[in-house]
Write a protein that binds this ligand. Structure first.
Ligand code: UT7
Length: 328
């Protein structure tokens, strides 16, 4: 039988500090009713100055390793999906690799924004299936509240901080594991979600860069329209490619950006609410952390059990989108 990449452990970590919609209404011109109706978000977690993507990613990784029952020294590779690394470089995966003691592992970051975990899982499973490596730690983490514009009510209410991590292990003679992934991108949508300053085009060292924003810009309506189509498209494609239908899905774990987007994707797939996992009300949009945090909570709440078919889907800045189909 071919080698499969099986998720043997999953964990997550969020900062303890909670920012509610009422708290936000004291910062910008907004209110709980608007945020709840338009997004489904009630509160989100906010990092302190000393909490970063690497510290959250480390905690989530330790939880995932504990559940998998393997040591960090058993890992061959650490992959981290993030766009809010602690520094431009070194990579956040290297910082996590050092903190957990994964001294036999390589490390790389994947920059696919809110689809970071979907992309990272795809790379990890392909390398395992090809026989190159056997044990991989995949982390999805972001701390977007550090780079949000706290005067822009259309974006600052949406985001929260958090990390999720999964241990993938090679396994033979099993039907469990990553069944299929699809990855898609459309760079013509690059202007819709961006941070202009700080990269090679507008380096911080250049005084002219001061005119460029170092906060998140997002064209909300354009991204909303794209997201509704992208979620459905990626889900249908990944199911089609293996001859399955939405009826075969036991649990749908979509990117937790906006409850309206999640509901419309579920409707397009014809999935009833009991098959859709939602925690956007607690955490907001945690970008790369969103899907693995949801998977981790689904497991701890007993909604995701070995043998079940789970469909994940994500979309984000790039624009990028994709879906994983997994037999848990
Ligand atoms: O992971 C990928 C990240 N991005 C996303 O998933 C975001 C996708 N987009 C969205 O979720 C939605 O577009 C938003 C939640 C961002 C906005 O919802 P919308 O229904 O598209 O609202 P809108 O942008 O069309 O704004 C409607 C009104 C505007 O007022 P006027 O011009 O009609 O008077 C906004 O100024 O709501 C106003 N508004 C707010 N009011 C209270 C915008 N933000 C707020 C706010 N509180 N926080």
């Amino acid at each position: 039988m071919p080698t499969k990449a099986v998720i043997t452990g999953i964990g997550h970590a969020v900062p303890p500090k909670i920012l509610t919609n009422d708290d936000l209404s004291k910062i910008v011109d907004t209110n709980d009713e608007w945020i709840t109706q338009r997004t489904g978000i009630k509160e989100r977690r906010i990092t302190s100055a000393t909490e970063t993507s690497s510290t959250l990613g480390t905690e989530a990784s330790q939880n995932a390793l504990m559940q998998a029952g393997i040591s960090a020294t058993d890992l061959d590779l650490v992959i981290c999906g993030t766009v809010t690394g602690d520094m431009m470089f070194p990579s956040t995966s290297c910082l996590i690799q050092e903190r957990i003691g994964a001294r036999n592992a390589g490390a790389l970051d994947i920059g696919a924004a809110c689809a970071g975990f979907i992309y990272s899982l795809s790379v990890a499973s392909a390398m395992i299936e090809a026989g190159h490596i056997r044990n991989v730690l995949v982390i999805g983490v972001d701390t977007l509240t550090k780079i949000v514009d706290w005067t822009d009510r259309s974006t600052c209410v949406l985001f929260g901080d958090g990390a999720g991590a999964a241990v993938l292990q090679a396994s033979e003679n099993t039907d469990r594991g990553i069944i299929r992934t699809v990855l898609m991108a459309d760079g013509t949508g690059a202007p819709y979600i961006k941070i202009e300053a700080g990269g090679g085009l507008h380096p911080v060292s250049n005084p002219a860069s001061l005119e460029k924003s170092n906060h998140i810009f997002m064209a909300g309506s354009e991204v909303y329209r794209f997201a509704v189509n992208a979620m459905g498209e990626a889900c249908c494609k990944v199911l089609d490619e293996v001859g399955l239908t939405p009826d075969d899905v036991d649990l749908f774990v979509p990117h937790q950006a906006n409850l309206r987007i999640i509901d419309s994707a579920a409707k397009r797939l014809g999935l009833p609410p009991e098959k859709v996992f939602v925690n956007v009300h607690k955490y907001g949009n945690t970008s790369g952390g969103s899907v693995p945090i949801a998977l981790s909570e689904a497991v701890s709440e007993g909604r995701l059990k070995p043998g079940m078919i789970v469909l994940t889907v994500g979309f984000g800045a790039g624009l990028v989108w994709g879906a994983n189909l997994i037999r848990w």
